[in-house]
Design a protein around this ligand. Sequence first.
Ligand code: HEC
Length: 470
Amino acid sequence: MGTLSIAWLRTTLLTGLAAALTLTVPTEARRAEAPRDVTFTKDIAPILQRSCQTCHRPDSIAPMSLITYEQVRPFARAVKQKTALRDKPGVMPPWFIEKSVGIQGFMNDPSLSDLEIATIGAWVDAGAPEGDPAHMPPPVAFRDLRSWTLGEPDLVVSSPAVTVEGSQPDWWGQLGSTPTRLTEDRYIKSSEIREVNDIPPGTTLVGTVGGLNVFHHASVTIIGPDGKVDPTSTLPAHEVGRNADEFDPEAGRLIRAGSVISFNNNHLHANGRETTARLEVGLRFHPKGYKPTVNFRGIFFGTTEIDLKGNEDSQRVDAYYTLPENGKIMNFEPHMHAPAVRMCVEAIYGHTITTLNCSGYDHTWVRNYQYLPDSAPLLPKGTILHITGWFDTTAKNRNMVDYRNWTGGGNRSVDNMFINLSYMTVMTDEEFRAAVSEREAKIQAGKAEAVGCLTCFSAQPTTLQLAQQP
Ligand code: HEC
């Protein structure tokens, strides 16, 4: 047994090394070469339609529309500059996953490829020509302003309304609950939470996205007909600038007939004008008869031991968490505050370390990155997840209110947080080995991405632990 484990460990390490050496295999070469003779109608408009116009259109949240040539031309330089930021705070579209390292398969990913970024750059450098109007793609048919990004929900539940004065301190409190009036148990496929308020559409955005909202964040809880919270029906939090959640198709979340939705954990802030607002929770359901095939749990970890000096770039904070069970990590959600600019998460098991992801962070846009099922890391019980955060408290971080002050951990927007809000599906050793074999077969067949050492250290979770303790 001992010999076997050591042999296995050696193979593991070698495979790990091989994987580490081929860690970065993006589908397109980095710094792609731009095509020639780039024009707006032929090359640029399709990019804007896919990745920009959901926000950059009349009466949506962005400050200008990016639909016609006349609308885009005055912003051509800004479009080049913002898209070239790639994964740094300020990038457009607001999606910060670094493409040079780690997993790349995410649901609802609007980010631009290197080729698209290079194409925009080449277009602007050539004087931003319009090209032949006949090449213009048909316009996107937008749903109305109040549309939901993941499509029309099957159930919409509204919170009670609340009024926030133009200037008042941050407020934490309870708004009460609302019955769902659901008459049958259903499984939730996706959840989207949005703020609805009385700020007139078309109001020009001043400062950050928070200027058009009063909810900084809210935790929304489903309470069953028995008055209890079912851990298999958690909904991710709402945060200003946050994207919607589509759950792993195997792990739909249960909402029982007669449930109520409780809106009792809210952080509100003033935005300069008296605003009356409420939250709407939009749920899409799996078809009737659907049953989830896996259990999942939250793995929220981080530290409050944060000690940031004023006016200093590249300050670092670390936190660790040991996985209590085997499983598949479903998402990466860096949760930090204004000074944060980047987070990385890596998996450590035995002698193997693999970077799962790194992302920039811009507190104007709190993003959740959900792995595609075949890209989600499979990790054995005992794996240590390590998150590293980088903070910039200098004036070049546009989210800093006052860059001179020391700050530590705390709840207010001017305090700091350092947390990864992940979920994982939970597997027995047997299920885990089966999932690993299935993934390996897909990787071999080129049907799943192979990043670092995602499965190489996970085939025999118990054996490796034996090998570590001779
Ligand atoms: C999720 C919504 C959203 C998407 C998608 C989005 N934007 Fe934006 N964009 C905004 C908002 C809101 C602002 C203003 C606040 C900010 O800068 O964060 C903005 C600001 C900008 C600015 C700066 C405007 C100025 O006055 O300086 C540019 C340029 C821009 N976006 C271009 C783009 C391009 C190009 C894309 C697609 C490749 C894109 N945006 C995708 C919401 C979005």
